[in-house]
Design a protein. Structure first.
Length: 699
């Protein structure tokens, strides 16, 4: 084989796109080595593009084994050497090494950010044999043909070593914290109880769990206090409107009653009308965080899901690189060209054309910056396949947001009419859009409420249909959801755009939280309690964000990697030491917490027969079979029991049967859709059917 240029990408899709963009005739050739795909492109020279599979290398302990701590010595190793189930990585690295042997020039084309830079660097250094010093760098923000060709002709002469330093340090620091703290917890619990359960915490995970626990505590300790609200229903031109009482929340019942009585049976008079005109500026372009929270509130997608979908759209060259924290759209991306392409799509045609007619295209921008990429924008390219629903939605959202940032401010008018009913004042409010501006482009994603009022004049008499007194209670603060938690992490500057969504997922995986409105489980409470008692530093936001800032400084060359690492170990060493000294105490606490959590997972609900016991999933000592039994059995008070299917998993998820109101369990068998099972033999839903019919689908 002749000598060629070897280009390394982060993912297979990107490799294929780069190869076909660089091939003279746009026809790259796909090859395979041991199942590892690579692509050959021909122009004046031969180019081989080989993809990675994300990270191929990772940080690991120098001395092997998972069962000890503290661990302060580490090295970078291939992932197959450190992780279970990473076997594929071995063949992958072998294939890349082979291709590197015959290459005379190397180009790193991984995503241009912290993670991508680390991925490319490790491959060049370890798999290609120290080629990181001679490698060049491709930088691009979209995978369109034009962008890729341009980036190839304008290659950066070398890798971005400060970015690599910063990224490497981040992995090392996070690994040091994660491995030491998580092992301390897991090993303490295992040594005490003899049973294994993964417990984890980390530099970012700890403080994040603390946000949730703090909120949960204030919800649990919340005491609702009563208050009263008064509103008047008034009739104007045969339509009924609600006017709110001037005093808002009234805390004393007698005061509320007095106002109500005074207004009863009286008509009102319009005392004053205030009209205010105001503008709403266009939104700012999406960075990953704002896209994630917008997609959460519009479609209910978790940050992780949005991130996955956006990544797919990027790999198909439909949107620009999504893992960005920029809210800027530099003119270099060529707004006009994108809008021209969008105008070929029927549903955007009119909107894009209108924007193109403007004398100047100037986007509204936000404050946040990113040195490597602009904000997320559509490339204007048409999809090459049918997109699924979530892809369509995210793409449409990105397109409309892009157009909206070029729009005019929205002009609105608010009206506040003060109605006097027997010397008590009520406000009737209206809100109206005068000029749509950018909202036209954002279309279905605009959240604004229009309340149109009929024409009214000062001095006019208003018919009062009735005055209503409402009993209310103050409400506890609301729980975090994955979207608002992500926002909180951003505001407090912990984690990075690449890691936050995964940290939230880990909290679910470890069963520290459950449900979409994130409720902290007892296990979550207990783990945090242990951390707060024995290593309060680890859950403090301060420590985490200080480290975060120092790591950012490495990127700006204002801090040395070695110094940050040494300090991180110095902070960690006494913490881990203390955990070790208190291992027994901690082990006991955590073991009890795990035991309780496992028991709780098996409780189905109150026993409908005796009314005082709880129904639980139990295992027969004789046969090992599972069944449902009442906890009062152990007290000799209730013998209620029901059979359970022995296949698959059975889990209570807090739903009751709509036929009989009994608690139900969810049964899950691999390859089938999970179903709710009512185990009540006398359930009316079962009597409808002929005997012997399977008890299923009772949702
Ligand atoms: Zn019972
Ligand atoms: Zn039932």
């Amino acid at each position: 084989m002749e000598k060629y240029t070897l280009i390394i990408t982060e993912k297979p899709d990107a490799a294929q796109r780069i190869a076909s963009a660089l091939d003279e005739k746009g026809r790259m050739e796909k090859k395979e080595d041991n199942g590892v795909p690579y692509y050959v492109a021909r122009r004046d020279e031969e180019i081989v593009v080989v993809p990675a599979l994300g990270h191929l290398y990772t940080v690991a302990e120098e001395r092997k084994g998972r069962n000890y701590y503290p661990v302060f010595n580490f090295r970078w190793v291939p992932r197959y050497a450190a992780e279970r189930g990473a076997k594929q990585i071995r063949t992958w690295i072998q294939a890349i090494s082979k291709l590197a042997n015959n290459a005379e020039m190397f180009i790193d084309a991984c995503d241009y950010d912290i993670e991508g830079s680390v991925i490319g660097y490790c491959i060049l250094k370890y798999a290609c044999g120290n080629k990181e010093t001679i490698s060049r760098r491709m930088k691009y923000s979209t995978l369109t043909q034009e962008a890729l060709q341009k980036s190839y002709t304008e290659l950066l002469p070398h890798l971005d070593f400060t970015l690599i330093e910063a990224g490497g340090t981040r992995h090392e620091v996070d690994w040091l914290y994660g491995v030491n703290l998580s092992r301390a917890l897991t090993i303490s619990a295992r040594n005490w109880s003899g049973k294994y359960a993964t417990l984890s915490t980390g530099r970012v995970q700890g403080p994040t769990l603390k946000f949730l626990v703090t909120r949960e505590k204030s919800i649990r300790s919340f005491v609702p206090t009563p208050y009263w609200e008064i509103r008047a229903e008034v009739e104007i031109d045969e339509s009924v409107f609600e006017a709110e009482y001037e005093k808002g929340k009234i805390e004393i019942k007698t005061e509320a009653d007095a106002a109500l009585n005074a207004c009863k049976g009286k008509n009102g008079r319009v005392e004053k009308i205030d009209v205010k005109k105001f503008q709403q500026k266009p939104p700012v372009p999406f960075d990953l965080g704002t896209l994630q929270s917008e997609a959460y509130s519009l479609f209910g997608y978790t940050p992780r899901r949005t991130s996955f979908v956006a990544q797919r759209l990027y790999l198909e060259a439909l949107i620009s690189y999504p893992r960005t924290s920029s809210q800027k759209l530099p003119p270099a991306i060529d707004y006009e060209a994108i809008l021209v392409k969008l105008s070929k799509v029927p549903k955007y045609k009119k909107l894009a054309k209108d924007l193109l007619q403007k004398s100047e295209l100037k986007p509204r921008e936000g404050k946040k910056k990113d040195p490597a990429h602009p904000a997320i924008y559509p490339t204007g390219k048409l999809p090459e396949r049918d997109l699924d629903d979530s892809e369509k939605r995210i793409l449409d959202l990105v397109v409309r947001r892009f157009m909206a940032v070029f729009g005019e401010p929205t002009k609105k008018q608010s009206i506040k009419a003060c109605i006097n009913i027997n010397e008590h004042r009520f406000y009737l409010r209206g809100r109206q859009t005068l000029k749509e501006g950018w909202q036209r482009f954002y279309g279905p994603y605009v959240r604004s409420e229009e309340i149109l009022l009929p024409p009214i004049d000062e001095g006019q008499t208003i018919k009062v249909k009735q005055v209503v007194l409402e009993d209310k209670f103050t409400k506890p603060p609301s729980r975090y959801n994955p979207g608002s938690l992500l926002k909180k992490m951003e505001e407090t500057e912990i984690g990075t755009k690449a890691t936050r969504a995964n940290i939230i997922q880990t909290l679910y995986d470890r069963k520290y939280v459950r449900e979409e409105r994130m409720a902290v489980t007892n296990l979550g409470f207990d783990v945090l309690e242990v951390l707060e008692e024995y290593c309060p530093n680890v859950v403090s936001i301060k420590l985490t964000s200080t480290l975060e800032q120092r790591m950012d400084k490495i990127q700006a060359k204002r801090e040395k990697r070695e110094k940050v690492l040494v300090d991180a170990v110095e902070i960690l060493r006494p913490i881990v030491q203390k955990l070790r000294e208190k291992e027994k105490e901690i082990g006991e606490k955590l073991s009890n917490a795990i035991k309780r959590a496992r028991l709780e997972e098996r409780i189905i609900g109150m026993c409908p027969v005796c009314g005082t016991g709880k129904l639980m999933i139990l295992y027969s000592r004789k046969t090992g079979k599972r069944f449902i039994g009442c906890t009062n059995y152990f007290k000799g008070k209730c013998e209620t029991s029901f059979p359970l299917p022995q296949k698959g998993s059975v889990k209570p998820i807090g739903k009751v049967c709509r036929g009989c109101g009994w608690p139900t369990v969810q049964v899950r068998i691999k390859g089938k859709r999970p179903w709710m099972l009512c185990f009540n033999p006398d359930c009316p839903l079962k009597k409808d059917r002929s005997k012997g019919v399977e008890m299923r689908n009772l949702r």
